[in-house]
Design a binder for this molecule. Structure first.
Ligand code: GTP
Ligand code: MG
Length: 150
């Protein structure tokens, strides 16, 4: 089944939004297969955001993401990558519609509360980067039949 990497950034953790955000993913019918509170090293942050190297906001982004604990998660479900991006909303919270996480909780693009992988390939790369295999559950909580018809 498809998996994605989601992380509540330091602003979201400091603002005590973990519970509210996890609740939205759970209520959507997605399945949590791993999570941890971790303050990422510079090296991990550089690898995670490698695609943005050289952009004007890159150094600030690394400073910010390494500035405090991040709540890292792996979620599983049907089309979970795109479903998660829909729950999260647009990159800029000001442009993100209400009822999305960024639309509801953020103002600044540099403080947009949460990260979600942008493709299945990114998800696989990011999950490997942030989690070891033994941190992810394999035994399943079978909510599947209550969410998907087949
Ligand atoms: P992520 O889920 O965090 O990867 O966000 P995204 O996929 O919606 O956006 P993108 O990958 O393009 O950018 C990564 C992160 O860099 C964003 O979440 C922002 O926090 C930050 N960022 C992107 N564009 C800007 C910008 O123009 N200015 C600033 N200050 N930050 C930006
Ligand atoms: Mg991105």
């Amino acid at each position: 089944e498809e998996r994605t990497f989601v992380a509540i950034k330091p602003d979201g953790v400091q603002r005590k939004l973990i519970g509210e955000i996890v609740a939205r993913f759970e209520k959507k019918g997605l399945k949590l297969v791993g999570c941890k509170l971790i303050q990422p090293s510079r090296k991990l942050a550089e690898k995670h955001y490698a695609e943005h190297k050289g952009k004007p906001f890159y150094e600030g982004l690394l400073d910010f993401i390494t500035s405090g604990p991040v709540f890292a998660m792996v979620w599983e479900g049907k089309e979970v990558v795109s479903t998660s991006r829909s729950l999260i909303g647009l990159t800029d919270p000001k442009k993100s519609p209400m009822n999305t996480i960024r639309g509801d909780f953020g103002i600044d693009v540099g403080r947009n509360t949460i990260h979600g992988s942008d493709s299945v390939e990114s998800a696989q790369r990011e999950i490997k980067l942030w989690f070891s295999k033994n941190e992810l559950i394999t035994s399943s909580i079978t909510i599947e039949k209550w969410i998907n018809e087949d």
